[in-house]
Design a protein around this ligand. Structure first.
Ligand SMILES: [Zn+2]
Length: 313
């Protein structure tokens, strides 16, 4: 019987689930709104319902489930430690234990940016690369680091969290401090910086479109965002020496507008190692977190060893 896993990306607005085989081929996917206001029980029930929906009629046996969730996650216990206020009763939820009880399989729970990078390394733009920095430019900015083929966690699970490092101007960040990378490079910040310059209200996708038509303010805002991301990459390079960077999140969909200034920053201040760093847009796009959660589930359930994950495809 075929081994199957399910990866579930519990985001602020949507919960996405994908069904994969042991080689991370996507066999099915489904999405529902995240009932973030309805509390932790409703959120876990939605995840379990999506898993059952994918398994109905699936040809194979479910071996494990992976979850990628925003916030600080205790991956050993499968528990959410810290979550944003928009997720009611989410912090403290033992997601892995509840889902494992409901679905009868091992459940891996991981921070969503860590899961994003796991997906890109296993089956996406950084496939098979052992030393990779992952950056997500969404509503906020997240980061994760793989070194020597392993996710780096650090003392508190916050390794790679480049979004809230200072040195990027003086604007107020969502975390309450100033000058963080997120104040220039998140989708929300791109909209704010554009509104400050023009008085116009637009989202990052609309501003990217304006940049493509030559709007000087839109171009400047994206140039600032790209230069900031490039400088962040240089900082991480000096510490961790990745040979590849994969960038995802909604802002990366404006890759044509964003990438030139990232590359310019790397040309102006090349990493001290002297080796060029490959910069790539997410290869899995909106599936990245869920596919990464599938890769984690494969490892947890023992279907796949970590070394195999690097040799997929
Ligand atoms: Zn911050």
């Amino acid at each position: 019987m075929k081994d199957l896993v399910i990866g579930i990306d519990i985001g602020g607005t949507k919960t996405r689930a994908v069904l994969c085989d042991a080689r991370l081929n996507v066999l099915g996917r489904t999405t529902r709104p995240t009932p973030a206001r309805a509390g932790n029980g409703a959120m876990v029930d939605t995840a379990a319902d999506l898993a059952r929906e994918l398994m109905a009629g699936a040809d194979g046996a479910l071996r494990g489930v992976g979850v990628g969730a925003a916030g600080v996650v205790d991956h050993r216990e499968g528990t959410i430690l810290v979550a944003s206020d928009s997720f009611v009763d989410w912090a403290g939820t033992p997601v892995g234990r509840i889902l494992g009880h409901n679905l009868g399989v091992p459940v891996s729970v991981e921070n969503d940016v860590n899961a994003f990078l796991a997906g890109e390394v296993a089956a996406g733009a950084a496939r098979g690369r052992p030393n990779v920095l992952g950056i997500t430019l969404g509503t906020g900015v997240g980061g994760a680091v793989h070194l020597d083929g392993r996710l780096v966690r650090g003392a508190h699970g916050a390794a790679g969290e480049i979004g809230h490092v200072p040195g990027f101007g003086d604007a107020l960040c969502t975390c309450g401090r100033r000058g963080h990378l997120e104040t220039l490079a998140s989708g929300r910040s791109i909209a704010t910086r554009y509104r400050e310059r023009t008085g116009s209200v637009a989202d990052a996708a609309q501003i990217a479109q304006a940049a493509r038509t030559g709007d000087a303010d839109a171009l400047a805002v994206f140039a600032d965002a790209g230069m900031a991301v490039g400088r962040a990459i240089i900082m991480v390079s000096g510490m961790a020496d990745p040979d590849a960077v994969v960038i995802g999140g909604g802002v990366a969909q404006a890759w044509d507008v964003l990438e030139p200034s990232i590359t310019r920053a790397l040309v102006e201040e090349p990493p001290v190692g002297g080796h060029p760093i490959s910069i790539a847009r997410s290869g899995l796009d909106s599936d990245a977190v869920a596919i990464g959660a599938c890769a984690n589930a494969l490892q947890l359930s023992g279907v796949l060893q970590p070394v195999d994950a690097l040799q997929l495809h």
